[in-house]
Design a protein around this ligand. Sequence first.
Ligand code: HEM
Length: 373
Amino acid sequence: MEERTGWAPVLGALRHKRVPQHRYTVFYYLGGMTLFFFLVQVCTGIMLMLYYRPSAQEAFESVEFIMTTVPFGWLIRSIHSWSANLMVFFAFIHMCSVFFLKSYRPPREMTWISGVVLFLLIMAFGFSGYLLPWNQLAFFATKVGTDIAGVVPGIGGWILRFLRGGDRVGGPTLSRFYGWHVAILPAITFVFLVIHLALVQMKGMSVPVAAEEETKRRPPLKFFPDFGLRDLSGWILALGVLAALAALFPWELGEKADLFAPAYANIRPEWYFVFMFQTLKLVPGGEILGIEYEAIPIVLFGLGGLFLMLVPFLDRGAARTGRSPLWTAGGIVVIAAMVVMTCLGYQSLVPLYVVAATAILLLIFAFIVRGPK
Ligand code: HEM
């Protein structure tokens, strides 16, 4: 096989790859964990595609059929939904960890940019997938979500019709979202994933400045097989947690979308959009120079995404010395604001507890994977 395929250099690169050991090593597992949930999405998504029908008349019934008649269909659907949420969550904490450890410093600017693109793609997966069961909540959340896009000055109307496939949310929107969800987004994501992972492979793992001394003292781990097997242990644990969540808390279907029903009382997008949704709710009605007030935060969110992408080029301190306390403080303020907005959106402290539980779990795992001194 080696002679025929010429894969020896690839295997050689994996064999030579080393993972530094230091007190932040636990964060090197988060990208791999995101990858695990992505793979689960691909496998379960393909299975769901075998039975799902993307039309306003049949979508809800086909999901009902999957949940009640197809053997283990309920489990596959539940795993797909739980794993989607966990993937967003892990991609987010992976992004936060590389942000705070300043892993975007040269020479990893492109790794960061490809990561931000992947994150936006994951959000698009979530947004498009939410509508597919064609239930009340999804229908109204999509209506509100696309309405928001319509407020963008100048091009809003065009974006709205492009997303909906017409003036209102209906059958054409569902077919369009289905196309995005199962063909366009997977194809683009695959390309960016290959770029991201190839860059990680070529540039090697970064070492935070604060851990440089420690890294010199401690021998690095071989990626193959040592770190790879640890990654795999994490994946097996994640599969257990995922299966338990999916079986104990099956994903609900709700009621079929009724296009003529009065607006649903508790319209709420998925949790990762709630901070934006809540911010928009706080904006008073009215307009200035012909631009609705609401358009201002919407444009700011868009610019925020662009700003996030350019972080490696804007944070000159990190590029020069590996330290940039102001950026770290800024990151903390932004995350705190997102958590506060999400708590307000849900009228609950649960988002805060989730952040605390994540921090505690990461500390426990950091202790487990710390290795010999
Ligand atoms: C589908 C989503 C993603 C997958 C599957 C993924 C996967 C990975 C993997 C496997 C690694 C190597 C191990 C590690 O450091 O954790 C990695 C590293 C990295 N990722 Fe991601 N990632 C994703 C999203 C992101 C996002 C959203 C960002 C940031 C915007 C990002 C930025 C980086 C950077 C800068 C590194 C290099 C870290 C270092 O060298 O220390 N990734 N990613």
